[in-house]
Design a protein around this ligand. Sequence first.
Ligand code: AR6
Length: 202
Amino acid sequence: MHHTSIDEAKGPTEGRLQFSLVNMQIGNALVSIIQGDITQQETDAIVNAANSSLLGGGGVDGAIHRAGGPRILEECIAIRAAQGGCPTGEAVITGGGNLKARHVIHTVGPVWRGGSYGEDELLRNAYRNSLRVAVENNARTIAFPCISTGAYGFPVERAARIALETVREFLTNDKSLHEVRLVTFGETDFQAYARLMGEGSL
Ligand code: AR6
């Protein structure tokens, strides 16, 4: 069942309002799309759009490490020592450091190379494996950024469709998650999700 609404929610984050759009129940979980800053989310876990080195970077990765403090990077370095980084489409977990979230799940989305190099499947894997790792660590609520759509150049609407489809598929079988929050940063990403939800694509 669809509930489509635009609400002003949660008050200002870093000087701008955070808007929430479209809440939809799938199984036991609420899927919500918001526009906001992922570092400010109070979900059990937030997902980082990392790279295979796990050593940090720009974009959302930089923002999470800045806001979360050095402990997150220390844990990433330990994971790297143990397993040699994180392959594309896989996910690893650390604590949340100074963040409100208890965990950060670091996943690596694909670099967009035109669409015929398995990018769709790799992006699907990044969402699915992040959800799996969240459940394995008893998270009930999780927030995602728009993985791969920044520095990695994945087309926004195509990525949004994959995100929604993968979340829906996962929630059809999972009974433990209570909320999956898709956090858009820019207006364009927010509107891509809004269009898809409006079409009833989820
Ligand atoms: N909250 C939510 N979303 C954000 C935030 C934030 N604070 N900051 C940026 N975004 P990107 P990628 C959005 O480039 O494409 C890094 O250097 C941003 O607007 O962060 O997966 C890594 O180390 C965009 O919609 O990730 C990798 O090397 C989305 O997050 C590489 O970039 C993803 O953009 C990964 O590239």
